[in-house]
Design a binder for this molecule. Structure first.
Ligand SMILES: NC(=O)c1ccc[n+]([C@@H]2O[C@H](COP(=O)([O-])OP(=O)(O)OC[C@H]3O[C@@H](n4cnc5c(N)ncnc54)[C@H](OP(=O)(O)O)[C@@H]3O)[C@@H](O)[C@H]2O)c1
Length: 253
């Protein structure tokens, strides 16, 4: 299937590691112009070596001024974009009784405010017929004990996706969410290392403990396949959708 992504300008937040990195690498292989960023310099440099033509920006999305500078740099380079992927995020799961306002604010700032802010900044230059993809988590559909603030911020991301899809439909801009269960990525490599396990061992134990119906973590190439499709014109009649990419983990459709 030809996704026809060549020469498309696609912004992916959190593209220096994990899912985001797999996606920007795949999009570049399709011939897209990609822009991404992150806080960690060695991750940015490693990606720059792999993708010398990409715009890889030093940005902490928790800070509005840095978000503005990132968006300005993208617009200065290309003048328009064809798609935005709000992917940057991290796990945040604390029992409510032990959680703090600061933790809740930071989680909302990264997963909700940064995403809405970037949409607002890019909207004037997002081409009609383009698309927005929000990466969220199964906890947003199926919250469970001890899973806040993530469950709440991801539910907000799902509601934002649906509301925005309606707002932007007159411009034929599609807005969707990809609902992630457990997929191999940098965050799992770091957790495995902290547990003195190999990433493979860690993922096998976690997939069993979480009772993933397909019995394993998802692969990065499986994520890149689905995300690329949703960004492409091959998904031209899909908007306002929240697609589970979770090996059957979510109890909710
Ligand atoms: N992998 C999973 O199983 C899973 C499950 C559910 C949801 N998700 C969601 O999927 C998305 C990608 O997750 P992942 O597993 O690929 O995570 P990851 O391997 O930890 O990568 C996260 C990326 O986001 C960037 N990032 C984090 N905080 C940032 C900030 N404040 N400003 C700018 N960039 C920031 C990181 O770069 P720097 O650290 O250098 O800034 C990195 O590039 C996240 O939203 C995550 O919550 C993943």
């Amino acid at each position: 299937m030809d996704l026809n992504l060549q020469n498309k300008v696609i912004v992916v937040t959190g593209g220096t590691d994990g899912l985001g990195r797999a996606l920007v690498t795949r999009l570049a292989q399709y011939g897209a112009h990609v822009a991404t960023g992150g806080r960690n310099a060695s991750r940015r440099e490693s990606l720059a070596q792999e993708l010398p033509d990409a715009l890889i920006y030093d940005v902490d999305l928790l800070h509005p001024a840095q978000r503005a500078a990132f968006a300005d740099a993208v617009i200065a380079k290309w003048g328009h974009i064809d798609a935005l992927v709000n992917n940057a995020g991290k796990s945040a799961a604390t029992p409510v009784a032990q959680s703090t306002d600061e933790e809740w604010r930071e989680d909302y700032e990264l997963k909700v405010i940064a995403a809405t802010d970037l949409v607002r900044r890019f909207l004037p230059v997002l081409c009609d017929g383009g698309s927005i993809l929000n990466i969220v988590a199964t906890k947003g559909k199926a919250p469970s004990a001890d899973s806040t603030p993530t469950s709440a911020s991801r539910a907000a991301g799902l509601a934002f996706t649906k509301a925005l899809a309606g707002e932007l439909a007159p411009r034929q801009i599609r807005v969707n969410a990809l609902v992630i269960g457990l997929i191999e990525s940098g965050q799992w490599e770091r957790r495995a290392a902290a547990s003195n396990m190999t990433t493979r061992e860690f993922m096998e134990v976690a997939a069993t403990a979480m009772k993933v119906p397909l019995g394993r973590f998802g692969r990065l190439d499986e994520f890149a396949d689905v995300a690329s499709f949703l960004l492409s014109e091959r998904a031209s009649y899909i908007t306002g959708a929240a697609l589970n990419l979770d090996g059957g983990l979510s109890p909710v459709l």
